[in-house]
Design a protein around this ligand. Structure first.
Ligand code: DON
Length: 307
């Protein structure tokens, strides 16, 4: 499909999703996220070949929340290698992103790195391995695509910490099983910070393009992950990126992807493009209603997915 056709499809379907798909509500369990205007809607698509297309609120920053779980996991994977799988599994959980049930039954080992429990273990690993965890993580994500102004939001971090009861429970439960090495409070502070990273759709899709390019940043040609690590992260996004809606996302959209309760979604078509959408109204699973609607229409109209 030519670039201009893809661009036309993005614009047409943006208008269509904006008109026909306005259900869902903004995340309100983190007070600061409840302040975001629900009608925001942006899209940015970056092709490996160098073209990019934007529409709507695509340059406005938002809280990427759980999308950061892919980036923190990518860094931990490069530091620990295959040994990481002794502490985290690779199966879909079939439960909500903040569920406690399996952690008790499965003795402190989270099903995958993209549920909250898995990302809390990843935060623990990064705390143990990085000399200056906050700065080092920021430098890692900034360096992927020379996006030097990416940053945490202290306001969002504090807002989530004030109501972080379920994450506190998850971290303590895993500590009781011996799967958290550091003090739970330090691990949680770092986890909340990781979730608070802010980006626009443009930055998000530029940053994630390395996952469509065998682990190499097309922008500065840096190798971020090996080919095999890239395959595995994309596979985990496909099977676990939308929690207990992962099967439905695969069924409707057919791309590896990851969502966040800030209303963002990133999706990858290997060797072709990365696409970021942002619309803060969420469904009951914590995923963006309009973002999923748009992406389903987009892969159908462009007749291109991994399947
Ligand atoms: O820990 C939390 O609950 C949030 N910081 C992140 C949750 C999230 O983004 C789930 N995604 N759809």
């Amino acid at each position: 499909m030519t670039g201009s056709t893809l661009e036309n499809i993005v614009h047409q379907l943006y208008a269509q999703s904006n008109t026909h798909c306005n259900s869902g509500s903004v995340a309100n369990y983190i007070p600061q996220l409840a302040e975001v205007a629900p009608e925001k809607f942006g899209i940015h698509l970056c092709e490996v070949s160098g073209n990019s297309y934007s529409v709507g609120d695509s340059t406005e920053k938002f809280s990427i929340q759980s999308i950061s779980k892919v980036l923190s996991f990518a860094l931990a994977y490069t530091l620990v290698g295959e040994a990481i799988w002794t502490r985290i599994g690779v199966e879909p959980s079939g439960t909500a992103f903040n569920s406690l049930i399996q952690i008790e039954i499965e003795r402190g080992i989270p099903r995958n790195p993209f549920i909250n429990a898995g990302a809390i273990v990843v935060a623990d690993i990064l705390l143990s391995k990085l000399p200056q965890p906050q700065e080092d993580f920021l430098n890692f994500i900034r360096g992927i695509n020379n996006l030097d102004h990416l940053d945490y939001s202290p306001v969002i971090t504090a807002s989530e910490k004030a109501v972080g009861y379920r994450n506190i429970a998850l971290c303590n439960l895993m500590k009781s099983f011996g799967n958290i090495d550091n003090e739970p409070e330090a691990v949680l502070d770092f986890y909340f910070l990781l979730c608070s990273i802010e980006m626009s759709c443009q930055e998000l899709s530029q940053l994630f393009l390395f996952l469509a390019n065998n682990g190499i940043s097309p922008h500065n040609h840096k190798t971020i992950l090996s080919k095999s690590q890239t395959k595995r992260i994309n596979a985990l996004m496909q099977t676990c990126g939308f929690y207990d809606e992962s099967g439905e996302f695969a069924f409707k959209v057919g791309l590896p992807g990851k969502s966040g309760v800030g209303g963002g979604i990133i999706a990858i078509l290997p060797n072709q493009y990365s696409i970021a959408t942002w619309s803060p109204r969420l469904n009951s699973k914590g995923n963006s209603v309009k973002g999923i609607h748009f992406l389903e229409a987009f892969t159908s109209a462009s007749e291109n997915s991994i399947f």
